[in-house]
Design a protein around this ligand. Structure first.
Ligand code: ZN
Length: 196
């Protein structure tokens, strides 16, 4: 294979769920398409890398900081929904059931992988709480790490007079929010329970 082809195959193979064969198929698809497609694709990747940054308030990824959610005056700033990744925020937004704001952690607590509170950005969340926040919805996944993260946050916030709830019903055990259908996610949010 030509060097340029090999190089692109090698880069695509690093993407999640892309193996050698799929990478080669993608490259030959690009080569068989009009040149504009390949150029638009590379331009779009460059734009994403250069323009998209984390929101300085919530950690959401967008071309603006504050992000469109934080900048929207119609959002309810007294309710913060805590998620473990930006895709979960996007899934909740797509459900159209939520009018509060978010805080995006960098994953869940996982001491064995060296991920403590500092690594996942707990301080950024705690810094926001002395304001007018009344409710924190913990929407980390129902995996062991997601539950541990929710419990940890509950303990840290317990003394702050903020209602803490956890989305639960309808989300499968170990379930990743981003794969849950919109209706189920909407019901899970609406049916959230206060953590005891
Ligand atoms: Zn934001």
């Amino acid at each position: 294979m030509a060097d340029a082809i090999q190089r692109l195959v090698g880069l695509l193979r690093q993407l999640p769920s892309v193996g050698e064969k799929t990478a080669a198929r993608l490259v030959f698809y690009i080569l068989s398409s009009p040149a504009e497609y390949g150029k638009a694709l590379s331009g779009a990747i460059e734009d994403v890398v250069e323009r998209v940054k984390p929101c300085r308030i919530c950690g959401n990824l967008s071309e603006h900081s504050p992000c469109p959610v934080c900048a929207d005056p119609k959002r309810d700033e007294t309710t913060i929904c805590v998620v473990e990744k930006v895709q979960d925020l996007m899934a909740i937004e797509a459900s159209n059931e939520y009018r509060g704001v978010y805080h995006v952690l960098r994953g869940n607590l996982s001491p064995l992988d060296g991920k403590g509170p500092e690594q996942i950005g707990v301080d950024g969340l705690l810094d926001r709480l002395p304001g007018n926040v009344r409710e924190l919805i913990l929407a980390t996944s129902s995996s062991v790490e997601g539950e541990a993260t929710a419990l940890y946050l509950k303990k840290r916030i317990a003394s702050m007079n903020i209602k803490i709830s956890r989305i639960a019903s309808g989300i499968p055990v170990g379930g990743e929010l981003e794969y849950v259908d919109r209706g189920t996610l909407g019901r899970a949010l609406a049916g959230r329970r206060e953590m005891q």
